[in-house]
Design a protein around this ligand. Structure first.
Ligand code: NAP
Length: 294
């Protein structure tokens, strides 16, 4: 479905994700009117204005959403409920509200509790794209090209609102899939949230070893690759862990059991077991990379 042009967009949180979507929509010729950016700091909003991401900047949430036909929430998950409570009474009747948060059940619950009937025009979303950088300076229009976006509409979400948001993601080069919020949270706990726990924890552990200077002096490309995501924004990841606590706990338990098994194989000098685990992991990753490159 081709997306019609947007007249008035309110972008709440003008960082890597929201800023990149706005830039992509502009590049696709889909912004006919204005984009108003809202955040906590004027510095970041000024950067966004200079980079052509937004036309107007405000730190007043209610000002930002008044009259907007599309409201995009691109703030850390812990801020979503407060933002919804503040903007609820200023949303236009026809406004579609969507978000980009990395966990979905908490957002769906917040929207239902705060927006009431208007939650039927709230389309929960999550682009499976990003990197460890933050803020308007990090945004770029190609971020979502060839990437996936998951929408988690509820049974009573207006179909036209879902299709509108789908079209806006497709316009920036993403492919869109729909699933339940609970399923999304289970899948992302395993594929994204658990790997972030491993990266953060490894770097934190090594940083506290007494000979840490030597540890980091001799770390090479593999360490850099593995730990890249430990440079991600701590506030954002705190919120993701708290928001997806149950599914993340389950993923961590399963991983820790397998890691303990590996530890026993090392302890007992069980080379066959080690090689079997590594061979299975290598074959799995090789297939995954080939799929990405095909
Ligand atoms: P980001 O670059 O740090 O941008 C977030 C922006 O939100 C900041 O500019 C911040 O403004 C603003 N903000 C924070 N609290 C606010 C509040 N209470 N009211 C208004 N604005 C507020 O973060 P991001 O990477 O774009 O992430 C945004 C959302 O996308 C998160 O929910 C995250 O889970 C999701 N996501 C991230 C990735 C990723 O790889 N980064 C991928 C997919 C989804 P100030 O600068 O003024 O504080």
């Amino acid at each position: 479905m081709a997306a019609a042009g947007l007249q008035s967009v309110a972008l709440i949180g003008v960082g890597l994700i929201g800023g990149s979507w706005a830039l992509g929509l502009r590049e696709a010729g889909l912004v006919d009117g204005t984009v108003t950016g809202c955040g906590r700091s004027l510095d970041n909003l000024e950067t966004a204005r200079e980079r052509g991401i937004i036309d107007h900047a405000t730190t007043d949430l209610r000002d930002a959403v008044g009259g907007a036909d599309l409201v995009v929430l691109s703030v850390p998950l812990g801020a979503v409920r407060g933002v919804l409570e503040t903007i609820r009474d200023d949303l236009a009747d026809h406004a579609i509200v969507t978000d980009v948060g990395s966990a979905k059940q908490c957002v769906v619950d917040d929207a239902r509790q705060v927006l009431g009937d208007a939650a039927s025009r709230f389309v929960p979303g999550h682009p499976i794209a990003g990197n460890e950088k933050s803020g308007a300076a990090a945004a770029f229009p190609e971020l979502f090209r060839g990437r996936r976006v998951i929408l988690t509409p509820e049974a009573d979400t207006e179909r036209a609102a879902v299709e509108r948001v789908r079209a806006l993601w497709e316009a920036v080069g993403a492919s869109v899939a729909c699933m339940t919020a609970a399923h999304h949270d289970d899948v992302l706990a395993a594929t994204s949230h658990l790997p972030h726990m491993l990266a953060y924890s490894l770097v934190d552990t090594l940083s506290r070893w007494s000979d840490r200077d030597e540890v980091f002096a001799y770390a090479a490309g593999g360490f850099r690759d593995f730990t890249r995501i430990a440079s991600s924004d701590p506030e954002m990841w705190r919120d993701i862990c708290l928001a997806n606590r149950e599914a993340l706990l389950e993923a961590m338990e399963r991983y820790m059991a397998d890691l303990q098994e590996l530890r026993e194989a090392v302890r007992h000098g069980d080379g066959d077991r080690l090689e079997a685990v590594f061979s299975h992991a290598k074959a799995t990753r090789d297939r995954f990379v080939a799929m990405l490159e095909s």
